[in-house]
Design a protein. Structure first.
Length: 170
């Protein structure tokens, strides 16, 4: 089953993972600037630069992606603890970019993470081709890697390294 669709230049990517860890821990890891920084290899340089993102926060990320200098400014445009987080692009190389993180508590302390990411690129048909053949595979790899990273961290004592600074224990 293909985990992406395209409708008139808007690409939608979906991925789901179950993690045997509490929903609150998984949600807070989803909000962790340090975890995102490790995953993207980009650095937060303005706005919220450490800790956990909160509703309305903005973050400007800078670094290298796909061999090019890149920046991405996002705002936390949706936040319902511990079931939903949405970040939307305010500036960057995409024409549009919105990432929805849905979390659902399942029986026996298992959490289901479901991500849905919508994006489009500028430059008409050329942008659509770049999106389909370069960006979709790249973003799907990042999403898969992110889920594996959250699973590894949430199911070991490593989560304490990411969440200790906010003063709450799970």
């Amino acid at each position: 089953m293909r985990n992406w669709t395209e409708d008139n230049g808007i690409f939608t990517l979906r991925m789901t993972e179950t993690i045997p860890a509490p929903i609150d821990r998984c949600f807070r890891l989803t909000c962790s600037i340090a975890l995102v920084q490790e995953e993207l290899g980009m650095k937060p340089v303005h706005g919220r630069t450490s800790g956990l993102v909160q509703p309305g926060d903005t973050v400007r990320w800078e670094g290298w992606q796909l061999g090019m200098r890149h920046f991405h400014v996002s705002r936390i445009s949706g936040y319902v603890h511990p079931t939903f987080l949405q970040d939307s692009m305010l500036g960057g190389r995409f024409r549009t970019f919105q990432h929805d993180h849905h979390l659902k508590e399942l029986p026996n302390g298992v959490t289901e993470l479901h991500d849905e990411l919508h994006f489009s690129l500028p430059y008409g048909q050329a942008g659509r081709l770049v999106a389909r053949y370069i960006m979709v595979p790249h973003i799907l790899r990042l999403m898969r890697s992110r889920f594996h990273r959250i699973r590894r961290i949430a199911t070991t004592e490593a989560w304490k390294n990411y969440l200790a600074e906010d003063g709450n224990s799970i």
